[in-house]
Design a binder for this molecule. Structure first.
Ligand code: FAD
Length: 480
């Protein structure tokens, strides 16, 4: 029976492991954390947006950097297949906002439990607390351990973990004396460290790397896969956090915690409009985020990394034209009591005028605060008035174009996903097998594939995992 070792028990690794087991392989799933699916547990704010039912034409618009690399995996295991799969393993699902799929229970933990039960039924041997440290190529001399006893290298301690894979020990000429890894064609074993801190080698016929990205490292996704793959000669496309907060210059901390709905954000790079998004926005301690902030973040981070000027323009009332908004503002002025009233001329680029212009007295500010109540949450008014004062814009113009120059972006600790990764040019996208190493496949976020928020990233993990798990017996030449 073929033996497969899958590295990483996230959504990609779990799908790969179960699928390989369904195909008749004896499978060991190695996870360095104490439990599988730590990141999966926090997806969708604990509700887990499993997938998105958009068809490929629409789905692919949300996949980066080159969506065609994901196309074969998507068609092999579509979003509908994902739903059918989860329903089939006992997880009812619901569809929200037209295309977003969640577990009916609204609990990400139920997704993990369903996957764990599925893996158990298939006889997958999942070993937690076991970190893969290194791939050992076949050219290295590896002595397979036999019960009769072989001579082991003393530095490699003797370990017995029940995993179904053959336990091996490295010979004295193994790690450290490797030759040029680019010439390697097969992996013989992985060196692992178990929960007791002891090291051993595990052999298998095939290996699947599904170690995820670098974001939220507390979940176990610390970028190990990039080191493991590059040591084998794979190219790692530059890594950067995506779906991350964008920090404005001189961020007004009073904004922290403000959530806005039905607003529009325009992304400007070097003063040129690049993309607009409408929906929900959140000001957090890290800056501008929430669904529409995240959607713009990938392009913004790329530009910031190039040293380009980036700004976000917030429109608080995208459903109204400037003229409609101005007419409403003028209409409401008449209704507001008069002593402290402020007059604003209506021309484009006009400045605040009148007997109590903003910033000149508490009376005018109180008046403005009162008027702004009809247009924005109270928590936003203070920072808005500050912006109004600095920009000298008419309130209506500031409402439809509140400019936030961006200074930086949130790091790995809180980014939802990792952009960059193992180059897809070196992966057979029809099988997920390495083009460099004969018996190695990849799945999930470790690859140079990422997506917008909305269930797309998990679909990438599930579909590439399904494809990798099913392709362990297919030779690369069969599909080339
Ligand atoms: C807060 C948050 C919310 C999200 N919400 C959603 C959502 O609702 N919908 C959506 O589509 N996507 C969401 N995502 C993105 C999604 O979670 C990831 O894209 C997905 O988990 C990637 O799956 P993966 O299996 O490739 O990697 P991971 O889930 O990162 O799993 C990799 C596993 O490998 C293990 N590992 C790493 N190195 C080693 C090693 N050396 N040895 C052994 N094991 C190792 C890790 O411990 C980890 O368990 C969210 C992400 C975050 C951070």
């Amino acid at each position: 029976m073929k033996e497969v070792i899958v590295i990483g028990a996230g959504p990609a690794g779990m799908l790969a492991a179960g699928t390989a087991a369904e195909k008749g392989a004896r499978v060991v799933l190695l996870e360095k954390m104490e439990k599988p699916g730590r990141k999966l547990a926090i997806t969708g704010k604990g509700r887990c947006n499993i997938t998105n039912l958009k068809n490929w034409e629409d789905f692919s618009l949300h996949v980066h950097p080159v969506n065609r690399y994901f196309k074969p995996a998507f068609y092999h295991f579509t979003s509908e297949d994902t739903v059918a799969f989860f329903n089939g393993i006992g997880l009812p699902t619901v569809v929200e906002r037209g295309t977003r799929v969640y577990p009916a229970s609204q609990r990400a933990f139920d997704v993990i439990d369903a996957l764990k039960s599925w893996l158990k039924r298939l006889g997958v041997n999942m070993i937690c607390g076991c970190q893969v440290l290194e791939f050992l190529p076949e050219e290295m001399q590896i002595q397979v351990a036999h019960s009769s006893g072989n001579s082991y290298v003393s530095s490699v301690s003797s370990l017995t973990i029940k995993c179904g894979a053959q336990e091996t020990k490295a010979s004295a000429s193994a790690p450290g004396s490797t030759k040029n890894t680019n010439t390697l064609t097969r992996i013989k074993a992985v060196r692992v460290r178990d929960s007791r801190g002891e090291e051993k080698l595990l052999t298998a016929d095939h290996f699947i790397l599904a170690t995820g990205g670098k974001s939220y490292p507390g979940t176990g996704s610390t970028g190990d896969g990039y080191t493991l793959a590059s040591a084998l000669g794979h190219t790692i496309e530059p890594l950067f956090p995506t779906l991350t907060a964008l920090m404005p210059v001189d961020y007004d901390r009073r904004l922290e915690g403000v959530e806005l709905r039905n607003v529009r954000l325009d992304l400007y790079i070097e003063e040129v409009l690049r993309r607009s998004e409408e929906g929900e926005l959140l000001f957090s301690n890290l800056g501008i985020e929430g669904p529409i902030g995240f959607r713009l973040s990938r392009q913004a981070v790329v530009a910031l990394n190039k040293g380009q000027r980036v700004s976000l323009h917030l429109n608080l009332k995208p459903a109204l034209t400037r003229e409609q908004l101005m007419a409403r503002w003028e209409r409401e002025k008449d209704k507001t009591s008069g002593a402290n009233s402020v007059n604003y001329s209506c021309g484009a680029g006009s400045k605040i005028s009148g007997k109590n212009s903003v910033g000149q007295g508490s009376g005018s500010e109180a008046y403005l605060l009162k008027r702004l109540k009809a247009y924005m949450p109270e928590t936003l008014s203070g920072p808005f008035i500050k912006y109004l004062t600095l920009s000298s814009l008419h309130p209506v113009d500031a409402m439809i174009r509140w400019v936030f120059p961006i200074a930086s972006y949130g790091g790995w600790a809180r980014a939802v996903a990792t952009a960059g990764g193992i180059s897809m040019k070196e992966v057979d996208m029809r099988t997920m097998r390495s083009k460099l190493i004969d018996n190695l496949s990849f799945a999930g976020e470790v690859l140079d594939l990422d997506a917008d928020s909305g269930g797309y990233n998990l679909q990438i993990a599930f579909a590439t995992g399904r494809l990798a798990g099913g392709g362990t017996s297919v030779r690369p030449t069969d599909s080339a």
